[in-house]
Ligand binder design. Structure first.
Ligand code: NAP
Ligand code: HSE
Length: 427
């Protein structure tokens, strides 16, 4: 089977390496040879440590997608539009199968691209777009096809999990650990996508569509990243019996599909609290199978290439499925449930002046908004100095907590914005 590869960075070079290293094994598994006939990247002179002599080079990746003599086009450039979209559009128009690792593109144009693939009678395959090396797309679409799903959630960004793990374990600073994740090839071209939760939201939009049979609905995802998580939060989390994780959570609720991405306090008793470093984990609740959990490396050359090549093998074997699990005409319009209606427990960290009456002001803000406190910790210093106060709440609504934080902000004893982390419980 002939293949064209657009993008030869961390993932693209990794794919060429896996196809080369396992050429014989893959030929036996597919019943035919997998042959890369064309490639495209920005810089033809760059040494990528891979053999490209037998491939035709294209400066213009979109031209390659339309014209190269390839049955499959693999898009590994990245970005939600621009050249990546031109490559995928061009390949589908020309009736070629598409494999991509580009979650940004799918989050923004997934439904439209799935329709184009369906019209052309070709595959739009994207196992590598979600959770790196974990075959979660295949699990949801095929292995669990007998189930109806009410919830899917997980740690979906390797860079953030790497940062949160390293900060907690070693006390190192955010910027230093992020630079390390970039060096290891985990981060997006713009790492703000990772740390601001956008990459997790891209992946969640895809998972939610697959799980609930809805059109991809990235725009309604509530998204918060990890920039505000401080070393103090790790200390308090440890004391309270939690780990801080950036989770993507999608749930079917009576008022629609809830999709949210934010840092969470996860109880230590929950297995997902112990997923560390670049590892991702996805938990799927199916009505027949009940809870299943998938764990593996969420980013990096090898794990991502593993997922891309698995898609290529499926196509070579003639095994393709509708991109989002059902024919596009069966996908239902999204009906988002707003996060303001979320009920749960909350961790709040306040920085206040240590002076008489401050607790009474905090208590009054809680009372006004009908929020019940579960526990409170104050790190004592000298009277008149800044002090950290952490409180956890009993079950309450997200909008009540937001109103409480606004009320607390009105006190002149409050020195910094109050930090909130949602406490989750997946029992
Ligand atoms: P990368 O290392 O930055 O590689 C991007 C590649 O695209 C480079 O080879 C670059 O060429 C090429 N490129 C850029 N603009 C181009 C253009 N106009 N025409 C042709 N080629 C162009 O990125 P990556 O980490 O491999 O990620 C690629 C895709 O995989 C992204 O969608 C990303 O979100 C996704 N992904 C990445 C990971 C991961 O762990 N890295 C995991 C899952 C999914 P030059 O090399 O010549 O500059
Ligand atoms: N930047 C992404 C991450 C790559 O860190 O998870 C894998 O999708």
């Amino acid at each position: 089977m002939t293949i064209a590869v657009a993008g030869l960075g961390t993932v693209g070079a990794g794919v060429i390496r896996v196809l080369d290293t396992h050429a014989d094994l893959l030929t036996r598994r597919c019943g035919r040879e997998l042959k890369v006939v064309a490639v495209s990247a920005r810089d033809q002179t760059k040494d990528r440590g891979i053999v490209l002599e037998t491939c035709e080079w294209y400066d213009d990746a979109a031209e390659m997608a339309r014209k190269a003599d390839a049955e499959v086009v693999i898009e590994l450039i990245g970005g939600s539009g621009g050249i990546a979209k031109s490559v995928v559009d061009g390949a589908l128009d020309a009736g070629r199968h598409v494999v991509t690792a580009n979650k940004a593109l799918l989050a923004h144009h997934g439904t439209e691209l799935a329709r184009a693939a369906e019209r052309a009678g070709v595959a739009l395959a994207y196992e590598a777009a979600v959770a790196g090396g974990i075959p979660i797309i295949k699990a949801l679409r095929e292995g669990l096809a007998a189930n109806s799903f009410d919830r899917v959630y997980g740690i979906l960004n390797g860079t953030c999990n790497y940062i949160l793990s390293a900060m907690r374990e070693t006390g190192r600073g955010f910027d230093e650990v992020l630079a390390e994740a970039q060096e290891l090839g985990y981060a997006e071209a713009d790492p703000a996508f990772d740390i601001d939760g956008v990459d997790t939201a891209h992946k969640l939009a895809i998972l939610a569509s697959l799980a609930f049979g809805t059109e991809v609905d990235f725009d309604s995802i509530y998204t918060e990243g990890i920039r505000h998580v401080s070393p103090l939060d790790f200390e308090f989390a440890e004391e309270l019996g939690y780990r801080i994780k950036l989770l993507g959570i999608a749930r079917r609720t009576p008022s629609g599909i809830e999709q949210r991405v934010h840092p969470c306090m996860v109880p230590l008793a929950d297995p997902i609290a112990h997923i560390e470093d670049v590892f991702n984990a996805v938990v799927v609740d199916g009505d027949a199978v009940e809870t299943t959990m998938y764990e593996g490396r969420g980013a990096g050359e090898g794990p991502t290439a593993s997922a891309v090549v698995a898609d290529v093998v499926d196509i070579a074997r003639g095994r393709t499925a509708p991109a989002f699990g059902v024919p596009c005409g069966e996908l239902t319009a999204p009906s988002p449930a707003p996060i303001t209606q979320r009920t749960g427990r909350y961790y709040l960290r306040l920085t206040v002046v240590d002076r008489p009456g401050v607790f009474a002001e905090i208590a009054s803000a809680l009372k006004e908004n009908n929020v019940s406190m579960e526990a409170i910790i104050q790190r004592g210093r000298a009277p008149g100095e800044a002090v950290e106060v952490v409180l956890t709440t009993h079950e309450t609504r997200d909008d009540s907590v937001a109103a409480t934080i606004d009320a607390i902000a009105e006190s002149d004893a409050v020195l910094e914005p109050t930090r909130l982390i949602r406490i989750v419980s997946f029992g």
